[in-house]
Write a protein that binds this ligand. Structure first.
Ligand SMILES: C[S@@+](CC[C@H](N)C(=O)[O-])C[C@H]1O[C@@H](n2cnc3c(N)ncnc32)[C@H](O)[C@@H]1O
Length: 359
């Protein structure tokens, strides 16, 4: 039984172990695979990775060390007819066009149209299942014609013979030590007899608190990798107690930009910058940018960012997963971009059980 299985208690007729170890190992192709959070969750649930792609050269060594080959190429330039056959397509499309942290240009931003590339792959390869993952802002984003993105995806999938199910999930409801909301869209071929049900949330435990995560020793022999804070961030952070934020920083210690926001706090909708989570809290969303201003990246007991291993643990990567990057910030980026492995594992189990083992 692996660490992911231990978080589960399915009272179903079929046990988790049976799902994972079943001889049926559906083939997976991962697009926008990054360092492989989503792909690893599927592998842990007994799927067989047959193809992976990402545009970012920096993820190659990490992906290949931990998972297997990855083609580094813009998806727009990939020879889609030349892809191997697969049963399920994973598409963790870049979230920037839909993120509240970005400027939300949706499909006007060319990254929003990467959906079109995924649709082409579906047309050519016709897998049984496709999975999209995106940020919460995706639910209220509109395409160039003013159609809500979930409706647009639904109609695009319908044209290609797929029925659509989607839901906003919080990773913390699936054993991940982090509050991270993501929209998961599942497209299933009409010919498959399945009314898909998303996995039910499981009760949270103390193991999901910041204190539990940081009290674990780092893997033996692993050097602590920490992206240093800027002098300005250090000046701000030293005033913030665990459980606090920039609200505890004295006015005179703030840089001019933040003073302006403090002066008009309601106009700026009371932002909660520089959140520093306490030991008994659940960590906030780990971001790719890793900025102390917009993510709770400051360690509660030491004046520093969380280390690479600590944020990897908040993303539920196993300790034997190695991050190999050209720079320490590039590791924060690939980890912050990932789908938490444990969340991916739960989704993968539900799909395997309901679609591939019931055929
Ligand atoms: C949200 S991240 C995916 C994270 C990944 N699914 C995981 O769980 O680790 C989106 C990824 O899309 C990749 N990407 C962006 N534009 C791309 C393109 N045109 N072609 C291929 N990959 C692209 C980025 O490099 C990034 O790794």
């Amino acid at each position: 039984m692996n660490a992911y299985q231990k978080t589960l208690s399915f009272e179903d007729d079929i046990s988790v172990e049976k799902i994972v170890n079943s001889k049926i190992k559906p083939r997976v192709a991962g697009l926008f695979s990054g360092c492989g959070g989503l792909d690893l969750g599927f592998e842990k649930a007994g799927f067989n990775l047959v193809y992976a792609n990402d545009i970012e050269p920096n993820v190659k060594d990490t992906y290949e060390h931990n998972l297997g080959p990855i083609e580094i190429k813009d998806i727009c330039e990939v020879d889609k007819k030349g892809l191997p056959d697969f049963d399920i397509l994973l598409a963790g499309i870049p979230c920037q066009p839909f993120s509240s942290a970005g400027n939300r240009q949706s499909t006007d931003d060319h990254r929003g149209n990467l959906f079109g590339e995924v649709m082409q792959v579906l047309k050519i390869k016709a897998p049984s299942v496709v999975i999209f993952e995106n940020v919460r802002g995706f639910l209220s984003s509109k395409d160039e014609n003013g159609v809500l993105m979930p409706d647009r995806i639904k109609s695009e999938l319908k044209k290609r013979g797929y029925k659509t199910y989607y839901r906003l999930l919080n990773a913390a409801d699936y054993g991940v030590p982090q509050n991270r909301y993501r929209v998961v869209i599942v497209g299933i071929k009409n010919s498959i007899d399945c009314e898909f049900e998303f996995p039910e949330p499981i009760p949270k435990t103390k193991k999901q608190t910041v204190g539990a995560v940081i009290s674990k020793k780092p893997p033996r022999g692993e050097k602590l990798e920490v992206w240093g804070l800027s002098p300005q961030s250090l000046d701000i952070a030293k005033h913030i107690p665990p459980g606090g934020s920039w609200k505890q920083v004295p006015y005179e210690a703030l840089p001019e930009r933040l003073k302006k926001i403090r002066d008009n706090i309601k106009l700026y909708r009371s932002p909660n910058f520089y959140r520093r989570f306490d030991l008994d809290e659940i960590m906030g969303t780990v971001t790719a940018a890793g900025t102390p201003e917009n993510s709770g990246i400051i360690h509660p007991l030491e004046l520093r960012r969380y280390s690479v291993r600590e944020i990897a643990r908040f993303q539920s990567f196993p300790d034997n997963f190695k991050f190999i990057g050209q720079s320490v910030p590039s590791k924060y980026k690939m980890i912050g971009n990932a789908v938490p492995v444990m969340l991916a594992f739960h989704i993968a189990l539900a799909i395997k059980q309901q679609i591939f083992l019931k055929k």
